[in-house]
Write a new protein. Sequence first.
Length: 344
Amino acid sequence: MPDLYQAVAAEVASITPDKVILRVMKTGGGFGRRASPDADIIVEAVATARALGWKAPVKVQWTREDDMRAGRYRPAFVHKLKAALDEKGELIALRDTVVGQSIAKGTLFEQGLVREGVDRLSVEGIQNQPYAVPNLRVDLTTTYSPVTVLWWRAVGSTHTAYALESFIDEIAHAAGKDTVEFRLAMLKDKPRHAAVLKLAAEKAGWSLPAPAERHRGIALAESFRSYVAQVAEISIDRAGRPKVHRVVCAVDCGGRRHWVRSRRNHEVAIDAKPGKGCRRQLRRLRRAQDRRDAKSGGLHRQVHCSTYRGWRARRAANRTCRGERLLQCNRQARSRPALLKVRK
């Protein structure tokens, strides 16, 4: 956000923005952290330089402990979902009550992102969900917390897609229907959603019985005009721990804005994300069972790699297995999905 950072730097330095030269460096891995509405890192650098009387250049570098404790967090959300089925087992009503902290409220982004008290980032992915439901209601209660929050990659869809797709499975089971067919029946006006769902199911062998002691699950989501369906094949060991054996991923990379310039880059990204997602979810489940991850006196106990119990690659390798990668590149409207080489 160069324009914002330039203006903030000028305000802290008590000069006009035209006297501030901001050189934007090429970097990656920010995942939204760089789009901070209060420009906190810029403020630190300029305020420090001013305190020194502008006598020397200043470099701001947070310690790992500072970053773990004072960095921005993804807001926590709770979803309470209800549904109604008719006598044919078709979904006729869906309600999602969402409770969580707003990212935009109280910031410079509030004017553009908050309408009538609703932060669209909080309901992103559920208010525009693809299924044809005659009666849809989404309620939002915005909470306040002193914990500083910011977006994380897909923003609202990171939690709304998980909540909705998990619940769609429960509804399908209650209706006594196959989860793929149940979804397809509500996607007649959403051909791109239906296409990736059908492709993922086909390549995963959805119509065939799963191997002994294994279970399959499927999910569908759209975010930033990209459409993704995934089938995960898992098992549960004697200790109750999940193990992911195979993930089949079908991706429609979106419209003109997301044209694939480097197919190999997309192959690598699609190949890696299921494993990363599985590790994150398993890590969340583990944290939920581990109360030592709680705060102490308002401060996080996890402040460095020695106390942050992250999943190591050697451990995650036993729980994830790369599967088939299905990529659809929409350079032309008539393009077809392509099945890429399978890595075992």
